[in-house]
Write a protein that binds this ligand. Structure first.
Ligand SMILES: Nc1ncnc2c1ncn2[C@@H]1O[C@H](COP(=O)(O)OP(=O)(O)OP(=O)(O)O)[C@@H](O)[C@H]1O
Ligand SMILES: [Mg+2]
Length: 369
């Protein structure tokens, strides 16, 4: 089977993350909500889906809402409500019937839900108030699980996107004030660094993050990745031992997205040239495939001279970067802090900063002067 880099992975192709899974499952068991942050493509969505699958197997209710895919507040409300109803396999019927009051009550099972939760009829009401509907939908997560006496774990992916709906951040505040009163449900808020954190700090007096423990997601564990790759290569009829998977781990720094891409590119290369690529060939292929994405990342920082200089210095080696940037007169500490906030820079345990995306690092070395 061909690996598809880009979509979230599930069960069979899901690699490692055992420590993160154990920690998150423990938090959730304690009823502790969490915020899962990582830069783009580190596997947040994949991990959340894996967590929810395990939670569901334990007999709890689950809901998964991707804020990004809902352009309007009405759609978001319907999405939340539908995800909750999915626990009773009523989501498809709900989405089909929701715009007509008659259809809603014609469906016996939906009618029963409607008796308990009148607000659902609001989806069929042309003059409904979108703010009331979203408020009810947010509460429905907890109310439904309470009604059926089950715990619920609800995940809001790309939660940072919540700020797109209104200028005054009223929706984030609404989410906070509602969710903090929920007794039956526990939440996972996930997304990329900047946006999620921004949303978390919107309410200054009582910020969002106080209700939730922050979990940072980093690279995959090397052993788990190497074992997994070896297994997948063998499935493809490539008996390469551990050396080649180790090279992939080295090139990609065990970054989940690039590791999958490296696997995919290797299979392609093998089909075309009847041999396995060298480390450098593989790296160059990955850079070529990712060209547009990397240029976009660079564009996002390009207007800030201090960011550009700091990233260039880091790309060429992260030791003594204060010394090397001394003559530029930029505020290195501040630039690093900003870049960390954007998820572009990580720190080693000893505090040494480095570029979190290993391919971006190579790209900077090769294409900028
Ligand atoms: N645990 C994992 N095991 C194997 N592959 C993974 C894992 N996590 C992520 N990946 C790979 O990385 C890609 C991106 O994963 P995912 O979409 O979950 O990341 P994300 O952090 O949610 O990304 P985005 O910021 O774009 O939403 C997947 O398509 C998959 O190839
Ligand atoms: Mg995602």
């Amino acid at each position: 089977m061909m690996a598809h880099a880009g979509k979230p992975v599930t069960s069979k192709n899901f690699i490692g993350r055992e420590k993160e899974l154990a920690l998150i499952m423990e938090y959730l068991k304690l009823g502790q909500s969490i915020v899962l942050v990582a830069p783009r493509r580190f596997g947040k969505t994949s991990l959340v889906l894996e967590v929810l699958q395990r939670i569901q197997k334990q007999g709890l209710y689950t809901a998964f809402v991707d804020i990004f895919t809902n352009p309007g507040m009405d759609m978001l409300s319907a999405n939340i409500t539908g995800e909750v109803l999915k626990n009773h396999k009523l989501n498809l019927q709900f989405h089909k019937a929701k715009t007509s009051a008659l259809e809603l009550i014609k469906n016996v099972k939906l009618k029963a839900v409607l008796n308990d939760f009148e607000f659902i009829a609001g989806f069929a009401d042309k003059d409904r108030n979108d703010w009331e509907l979203i408020a009810e939908s947010i509460d429905f997560v907890d109310a439904f699980s309470k009604r059926h006496n089950r715990k619920m774990v609800c995940a809001y992916d790309e939660f940072g996107d919540i700020t797109k709906f209104d200028k005054n951040d009223e929706l984030v505040k609404l989410f906070r004030s509602k969710i903090q009163q929920h007794k039956n449900s526990t939440y996972i808020f996930s997304g990329s660094y900047e946006s999620v954190m921004q949303a978390m700090f919107v309410t200054r007096v009582s910020p969002f993050y106080r209700m939730a423990r922050i979990v940072h997601l980093s690279y995959l564990e090397k052993d788990a990745l190497v074992r997994h790759l070896q297994h997948r290569f063998r499935e493809e009829g490539i008996n390469c031992g551990k050396d080649f998977p180790r090279q992939i781990a080295a090139i990609t720094h065990c970054h989940p997205y690039y590791a999958q891409l490296a696997f995919q590119q290797t299979i392609l290369y093998k089909a075309l040239y009847k041999k396995i690529p060298s480390s450098n060939e593989l790296l160059q292929q990955i850079i070529a495939v990712e060209k547009d994405y990397l240029e976009k990342v660079w564009e996002d920082v390009y207007t800030r001279r201090d960011h550009v200089l700091t990233l260039k210095a880091l790309a060429h080696g992260s030791e003594n970067i204060y010394g090397r940037l001394k003559t530029t007169k930029i505020n290195v500490a501040r630039a690093l802090k900003n870049l960390e906030g954007m998820g572009l820079v990580f720190r080693k345990e000893n505090g040494q900063p480095f570029i979190s995306d290993p391919i971006f690092n190579q790209w900077i070395i090769q294409t900028t002067t």
